[in-house]
Design a protein around this ligand. Structure first.
Ligand code: ZN
Length: 158
């Protein structure tokens, strides 16, 4: 496994729409392993392939030590609403208030190409939405009701 460089805001790759994965090969497996390692070191909960400079529909999520790999994910069901603060590894030090569905079910493929569905609530639901947005070139800031101010950020980090 190897660490990948996380691209930050301003890099136009983050604004592009990612391509569907058609080959479930060793190269994909390596990308997934690298992304998981990069995510873990960065201390985040989710990472999308464009954030490491790869325009493919690939996402890794790690919440409560459960690693979820999503290839070509789509949201098939969503309900409810949650409002809360959200950040992004590509926008260090910036947080915004974003409204997301409370419950989200995604349909995706695993690293072998097998189709599965996975449901999440609260943080996982938020993470599904945030990471899938990345695959369409959308950064959370575009969805934020407002960004947190300096005082709120101080409280968040204290
Ligand atoms: Zn992000």
């Amino acid at each position: 496994m190897a660490l990948r460089n996380i691209v930050t805001e301003g890099d136009t790759i983050l604004e592009k729409k990612c391509h569907t994965v058609v080959k479930f090969d060793d190269k994909l497996a390596t990308l997934l392993d690298d992304m998981a390692e990069t995510l873990s070191l960065a201390g985040g909960v989710g990472l999308a392939a464009p954030q490491v400079g790869i325009l493919r529909r690939v996402v890794v999520i790690n919440i409560n030590d459960e690693l979820i790999e999503l290839i070509n994910p789509t949201i098939v069901e969503q309900s409810g609403e949650q409002e809360g603060s959200e950040g992004c590894l590509s926008c260090p030090g910036q947080w915004g208030i974003v409204v997301r569905p409370l419950n989200v079910t995604v349909k995706a493929q695993d690293r072998k190409g097998k189709v599965f569905t996975k449901s999440g609530t609260e943080l996982l639901a938020r993470c599904f939405c945030h990471e899938l947005d990345h695959l369409d070139g959308v950064i959370f800031k575009e969805r934020a009701k407002r960004m947190l101010n300096d005082q709120e950020l101080e409280e968040l980090y204290s």
